[in-house]
Design a protein around this ligand. Structure first.
Ligand SMILES: Nc1ncnc2c1ncn2[C@@H]1O[C@H](COP(=O)(O)OP(=O)(O)OP(=O)(O)O)[C@@H](O)[C@H]1O
Length: 373
């Protein structure tokens, strides 16, 4: 089921936005419009956001991400096209109905925390409920629960400036969670945080997502963040969406050179999973030994660790415990090194090298018999 649907959205700024859309439809480019003082922020964007998914919009600065996000809750009405929220056309709602959608249905979490400095953390977390007209007692209870969910139990009476940047961002998230809106729009929400805290927030968001099953549209300019968080990722360039796909799709099948140039810097071992690179088990007893196995969704970085510890291809088990595939070491290396052709034959010395010695500081292991997988 789709929570949000964008249909041929355009957002053009300038003296005559409708004329800008007509020119774009007739084939004019963004630069051409700019020459006449018109900015085409979003051009013909169409996509669906499914219930319970994290849909990431990724693109460089100026590519139109924030403008696109703001059309999704009616903050920025599109110049052309439609946005459907649970099948209802947002562009056809009255301002009052739209305000209701924004306060009850779709919550927004900004990059710069947007906290009120003279309100306590609890009052900040309860702000969305105050706007909804929820009574004090109920809003404090709900805000307290939301603060617990974001790891801020006990901080309710503090002031925002007593909190670190990461904690302030959690208050922003708690505010969105407290409203019970089950669609969250997050605009570069973690970009102002330093890398370790940012990673921590990403983990927390993934965990919250697993338990609360919110539908999230997340904006970022960082492809690694997009790949880490997104069930699907839309890549934007100059106002247009140039590709929508799972992180693995984007990494393995980039739509064009532009997307390719982005994925170059992505850590493949964290995006590719066992399920993508495994081969059918060749032996019926694959996985019968007691060696460690992995799941289809295990990232290759973790498969690599297991592969280093087991003396045979790593077995991949599904949720029912069935072995659904195996990954040999060579295959793992080929996937991580972005190589899917045959290995060039070689007759040099290293082709017949003796088995490697134990790494310094690691006692040599007695060689185990190759087991089943
Ligand atoms: N209110 C506005 N009036 C005129 N131009 C605007 C307005 N809002 C955005 N733009 C322009 O639209 C384009 C897209 O901006 P937008 O902020 O959506 O990009 P972005 O990808 O979110 O960038 P960033 O990551 O830097 O925020 C830019 O050229 C911007 O200058």
């Amino acid at each position: 089921m789709y929570r949000l649907q964008a249909e041929h959205l355009y957002k053009v700024f300038g003296a005559d936005p409708e004329d800008g859309v007509r020119r774009l439809e007739a084939g004019a480019g963004r630069d051409e419009l700019r020459e006449s003082g018109t900015t085409a922020a979003v051009i013909d964007a169409s996509f669906d956001v499914r219930e319970g998914e994290i849909f990431v919009v990724m693109g460089l600065s100026g590519s139109g991400k924030s403008t696109l996000l703001r059309t999704l809750n009616g903050l920025n009405p599109p110049t052309a096209g439609r946005v459907l929220f649970d099948g209802r056309d947002l562009t056809a709602l009255s301002p009052r109905e739209l305000r209701r959608v924004r306060s009850h249905g779709i919550s927004m979490v900004f990059q710069h925390f947007a906290l009120f400095p003279h309100r306590s953390v609890l009052q900040n977390a309860a702000y969305g409920l105050e706007v909804q007209g929820v009574g004090r007692r109920e809003r404090e209870e709900r805000a307290t629960r939301a603060l617990e969910l974001t790891g801020l139990s006990g901080w309710g009476d503090s002031w925002p400036d007593e909190l670190s940047g990461g904690m302030q961002q959690r208050v922003g998230l708690a505010r969105a969670l407290a409203t019970d809106a089950d669609v969250l729009l997050m605009d570069e929400s973690f970009s102002a945080l330093d890398p370790l805290i940012r990673r921590d927030m990403q983990d927390q968001l993934l965990e919250l997502q697993r338990s609360l099953k919110k539908t999230i549209v997340f904006i970022t300019h960082d492809l690694n963040e997009a790949m880490r968080l997104g069930d699907r990722v839309a890549v934007m360039r100059d106002g247009r969406i140039v590709q929508i796909g799972t992180p693995e799709d984007i990494l393995l099948r980039p739509a064009d050179d532009y997307v390719s140039s982005f994925v170059h810097d992505v850590d493949r071992s964290r995006v590719l999973t066992a399920g993508t690179v495994m081969e059918p088990p060749r032996r019926p007893d694959a996985g019968d030994c007691r060696c460690e196995t992995v799941a289809p969704r295990t990232p290759l970085a973790d498969v690599l660790q297991v592969s280093a510890r087991v003396p045979h291809p790593v077995a991949v088990r599904d949720q029912a415990g069935e072995v659904v595939g195996v990954i040999a070491k060579e295959r793992l290396l080929a996937a991580l090194g972005d190589h899917d052709g045959p290995v060039t034959p070689c007759t040099g010395d290293t082709a017949h090298a003796a088995p490697p010695a134990a790494a310094p500081g690691v006692p040599a292991q007695p060689r185990k018999e190759a087991a089943s997988a």
